[in-house]
Design a protein around this ligand. Structure first.
Ligand code: NAP
Ligand code: ZN
Ligand code: ZN
Length: 347
């Protein structure tokens, strides 16, 4: 086993503190890499504070991982020593079911999360990217183009794919009217990617102070959602709305902003059930749906799309011992727009 330095939570009420974990020695199909950078996703906070149905402690969060390959198994063909690689939210899946065959591993009942999960043996816990190195099967390791800045590319591995996948699935293209609720980690990636797909993007935000940023990131319009006039001005306007807010919102109000056949996609994870009236949907055949990250093939497609369009995240780089402070700032919507841990600070 490879003894590895990490930061993690011992329980749902503890802070994120130094610990040691074991990684497996690379088998024939594995890639071992040094972790260079890891993004801090709001999900890291939900999970490490026990807000998800299942939590496994001790927990090492982090699923926006960029690394440099140091060793490859004898059967590895996709990656070689020295390559810059990425890991998102998945490190394995059953590989046999319809979802896996369709490249939608995120929906596989046997998917293995990068952390807060067990390997396919059902007993070895997985640990995330707040650590110095990682061993992962080559099929779940993504290639990072040398055209992408490695630190700013880290958030593509979750925030990027989580927004790219529904934009592609619901066929956003030139002239589509896209609304993005919440300008945080996911929201700012949604704006950049939807704008690069040719759509007209409106940011729907609680923070008046984010207007200039929204326009710089590629939005053509910005509306403050605390202002009732927003819901009159934009009534029936959108083909697609992505809700990236980590708390509950007024669904009826946002549904009224959809066109006929428009769709509101839930991406943020509130801690209670969603509620909305049937008529808001029925009278215009609107839908509310949800989306979960994306599969491995689509994640690679998104990374290549971002390399082609010069898209990375707007980041604030921190040292690992600043992660607790970063969590508090994320909870106050005080991040422009993703914290990324420089893992040199842990070596
Ligand atoms: P984040 O950086 O904290 O961004 C969330 C944004 O939502 C904030 O910046 C803020 O934007 C807005 N917001 C926050 N609290 C709000 C409130 N009480 N009412 C209204 N707006 C509020 O978080 P993130 O990392 O982007 O993640 C967002 C959510 O998506 C989290 O719940 C996370 O767990 C979830 N997630 C889901 C998936 C998936 O596969 N579906 C993947 C990754 C993350 P404004 O200041 O502009 O209002
Ligand atoms: Zn995430
Ligand atoms: Zn499967």
């Amino acid at each position: 086993m490879l003894t590895t330095k990490a930061y993690g939570a011992q329980s749902a009420t503890s802070t994120i503190d130094p610990m040691e974990i074991s990684r497996r020695e690379p088998g024939p199909h594995d890639v071992l890499f040094d972790i260079l950078f890891c993004g801090v996703c709001h999900t890291d906070i939900h999970m490490s504070r026990g807000q998800f149905p299942r939590t496994i402690f001790p927990m090492v969060p982090g699923h926006e991982v960029i690394g440099k390959v140091t060793q490859v198994g004898s059967a590895v063909s996709k990656h070689k020593i020295g390559d810059i690689v990425g890991i998102g939210c998945l490190v394995d899946s059953c590989r046999e079911c319809g979802e896996c065959h369709a490249g939608e591993e995120q929906f596989c009942n046997g998917r293995v999360g990068t952390y807060n999960a067990f390997e396919r043996d059902g007993k070895t816990p997985t640990y995330g990217g707040y650590s110095t190195r990682m061993t992962v099967d080559e099929s779940y390791v993504l290639k990072i183009s040398p055209r992408l800045d490695p630190a700013a590319a880290a958030p593509l591995l979750c925030a990027g794919i989580t927004t790219y996948s529904p934009l592609r699935h619901w066929k956003v293209g030139k002239g589509s009217k896209v609304g993005v609720i919440g300008l945080g980690g996911l929201g700012h990636m949604a704006v950049k990617i939807a704008a690069a797909m040719g759509s007209d993007v409106t940011v729907l935000s609680t923070s008046d102070s984010k207007k200039a940023d929204a326009l710089r990131l590629g939005a053509s319009d910005f509306a403050v959602t605390k202002d009732a006039a927003t819901f009159k001005r934009l009534a029936g306007h959108f083909d697609l709305i992505l809700n990236t807010v980590s708390a509950n919102v007024n669904y009826d109000a946002y549904i009224s902003l959809l066109k006929r056949d428009g769709n509101l996609v839930v991406l943020g994870i509130p801690d209670g059930p969603l509620s909305f009236n049937a008529f808001g949907l029925m009278l215009k055949r609107r839908s509310v749906s949800a989306s979960l990250i994306g599969g491995i093939r689509e994640t690679q497609e998104m990374l290549d799309f971002c390399a082609d369009h010069g898209i990375v995240s707007d980041i604030e780089t921190i040292a690992i011992n600043q992660v607790n402070e970063a969590y508090e700032r994320i909870l106050k919507s005080d991040v422009r727009y993703r914290f990324v841990i420089d893992m040199a600070s842990l070596r």
